[in-house]
Ligand binder design. Sequence first.
Ligand code: ACO
Length: 320
Amino acid sequence: MSVKILGTGSFLPENVVTNDFLSTIMDTSDEWISSRTGIRSRHLVKTEGTTKMSVLAAKSALLDAGIQASELDLIIVGTITGDEITPSTACEVQAAIGADSAVAYDINAACSGFMFAMHSAYAYLQSGIYRNALVIGAETLSRIMDWNDRSTCVLFGDGAGAAVMGMGQEGILGFEQGSDGARGSVLACKSRANHNPLVQNETGLDYVHMDGQEVYKFAVTTVPASIERVLEKAQIRAEDVKYFLLHQANIRIIQSVAKRLHVSMEKFPISLDHCGNISAASIPILLDEVNKKGLLNKGDKIVMSGFGGGLTWGTCVMEW
Ligand code: ACO
């Protein structure tokens, strides 16, 4: 028996924001955004928050898996944009879906959040501590964007994706994750400043800052190397993988990874064109799109790889 994904779900806010709309409210253009990133539109929340989107994605994944919320032992949410500092998004999801027996907590690993959540769930399930887990990647990134900074705000979107994990015949064949905290400043967003009686800091909230070119260099070197290591360990050739589901940051990063692995871009499903970059939510949303289109058959080998703030990265190969 091995740990596998039993079902997937996702939720995108109804409100679609095109590049053309952004060009009416800031100095940008569809040509600039789409040629550099591949992004054409993204969904941004009007009324939803991270918890509500997570709950809707979770319910869809439970339905797909044929599992009741009461059967869940573990809920992990990868997010950097929970609605509350406490309780965690995972605890709010637990309450909303009635997963009374589950232990629930969040993981902060930015765009690698879903992969880190999956890896933690994998360890719990593989060791026999728990039987069924719900893992979610969810973000309301529009809340932490500086809408006066055209170099970052046009890149991101809002949404949630979820997967139910349990035991089965096929499943996860290899996993690795890594962190490089020394390079954390290339993609950062400060928390609220201290304003206790002893210090006089400003209390204004910060927004996301990114050194795009450093993030690009990090991604195009770290991701293919991580995928190669995971495939080598699992003794699987890249040509035998049906799909590579990468974090949806930028089409040029994905093209570079495909080239380095000598794999056709046809094996790299894309959602960034209509979702933008949704950090921890991008991989589970993409997985759900591929799954619900019926593109995955029993025995197919897929790779998932997330990378981002921290810096962090996580890669997994599995048999569907
Ligand atoms: N519209 C029009 N012009 C813009 C915009 C915009 N939205 N944003 C920046 N510009 C301008 C800049 O002001 C600059 O103008 P200047 O030359 O007159 O000073 C020019 O475009 C070039 O700016 P750069 O920031 O150097 O743009 P670059 O070519 O590096 O592209 C990008 C930016 C697409 C982000 C690129 O660095 C990249 O691909 N980075 C990869 C990282 C990434 O995609 N991160 C996403 C989030 S991180 C993650 O998910 C892991």
